[in-house]
Design a protein around this ligand. Structure first.
Ligand SMILES: *Cc1c(COP(=O)(O)O)cnc(C)c1O
Length: 387
């Protein structure tokens, strides 16, 4: 992005853009409007037409600053924040789906999103087909007359497979299908789905957008055409973001471009080191030229974040667990996108369709040399134990 005022840079958006300290007594950081309601001095000006705030479930000034910044980062017209990534995902899906509709979904999507589609929304008469999603033909073959939504996540967060976003959106437009993408892995810093034709972008802001593992949040970014339906989900189902949590995401956002550059650099260094390690079978990181979709990744992303997987030559759960248990700098835990490095043992479907045991790692902001020596020791420890 250039630094022109009509196209503010990511850095500008994450810092001063959309803020007016003079409205808040010169406060350099916007205040937290931690109030449920907004009062008025007389009945006449209480109406929404006057542009005043009424009730925090509908709108709140702290959250509105965040909404505007996230929409601008995604190049979307509008955004609404939610209490979690799942609240954002369910609002996006429920805003589009009715009884009898069909969804085509990538099969390695974030697991609760998959459960929402195949178990929960089934109760409301929604059908779903899961596809590999690495080629546009996967979506084309799954199309039915009642297909309403293509649900994407690119790359997926365990085996790091990509969907060809532009081609899938072209097909969707031709067939009157709405596209939704989970852009949590890349963030808008590295991938701009709206520019590739996606209708609705969702994020777990609990990951990189918040960036410090201290807040749960989600966001839906979309056009004016769809925002009314999203807003309706927000105010009727009520999964709104608390203003204090919104303020924490605003604080995390300040350093988003800076953090992402460092996550990328650290992850690349660790991934390249792992590629050379004799105990490692395969490293699944779209930033590596050895990734089968590296060319597509370079076309549709401008960078690569810090979450990836690698599989082990000693293909067993015990081997993966013993490597993870031997790590000392990496912490063992779900989630990712904070400052800290994390690892989990995982059964991972490789691009060739083989299931192999390995590790999913999030590469944090520690010194990459410390992470590499931690991995080196843990991999040696597992070899010594004979797993
Ligand atoms: C964590 C995650 C979510 C869900 O976000 P929550 O904030 O935990 O509800 C959705 N998608 C992806 C890819 C995630 O990693």
């Amino acid at each position: 992005m250039s630094g022109h005022s009509d196209h503010p840079s990511f850095e500008d958006i994450c810092t001063h853009w959309g803020e007016d300290p003079e409205r808040y007594l010169g406060s350099v950081v916007p205040p937290i409007f931690q109030n449920s309601l907004f009062s008025a001095p007389n009945v006449d000006i209480r109406s929404r037409k006057t542009g005043r705030y009424i009730y925090t479930r509908e709108a709140n000034p702290t959250t509105d600053i965040l909404n505007a910044k996230l929409a601008a980062l995604e190049g979307a017209e509008e955004a609404r924040c939610f209490a979690s990534g799942m609240a954002a995902i369910s609002a996006a899906l429920m805003s589009q789906l009715r009884n009898g509709d069909h969804v085509v979904c990538v099969r390695h999507v974030y697991y609760p999103a998959r459960t929402l589609l195949q178990d929960y929304l089934k109760r409301f008469g929604v059908e779903v087909s899961f596809v590999r999603g690495t080629d546009v033909e996967d979506f084309e073959q799954a199309l039915r007359p009642n297909t309403r939504v293509f649900y994407l996540e690119s790359p997926t967060s365990i085996n790091l497979w990509l969907q060809p976003i532009e081609a899938v959106c072209a097909l969707a437009r031709e067939r009157g299908v709405i596209t939704i993408i989970d852009n949590t892995w890349a963030t808008p810093i590295f991938q701009r789905p709206v520019q590739m034709g996606v209708d609705i972008v969702v994020h777990s802001a609990s990951k990189y957008l918040g960036g410090h593992s201290d807040v749960l949040a989600g966001v839906v970014c979309t056009s004016r055409r769809h925002i009314e339906a999203i807003h309706r989900e927000m105010s009727l189902i009520g999964g709104i973001l608390d203003p204090f949590a919104g303020w924490l995401v605003l604080r995390g956002l300040r350093t988003l471009p800076t953090r992402l550059r460092q996550h990328q650099q650290n992850a690349m260094q660790v991934a390249q080191w792992l590629c050379e390690h004799p105990a490692v079978h395969n490293v699944l990181y779209p930033g590596l030229p050895s990734h089968p979709q590296h060319e597509l990744a370079r076309c549709q992303m401008s960078g690569f974040s810090g979450l990836f997987s690698f599989t082990l030559k000693r293909n067993s759960r015990e081997a993966a667990v013993s490597v993870v248990d031997a790590l000392k700098v990496f912490r063992i835990g779900v989630s990712w996108g904070g400052y800290e490095s994390l690892a989990l043992p995982m059964l991972i479907e490789d691009y060739d369709g083989q299931q192999r045991w390995g590790l999913r790692v999030h590469i944090g902001l520690e010194q990459p040399e410390s992470l590499i020596s931690d991995l080196e020791r843990a991999l040696r420890h597992a070899e010594d134990k004979g797993h």
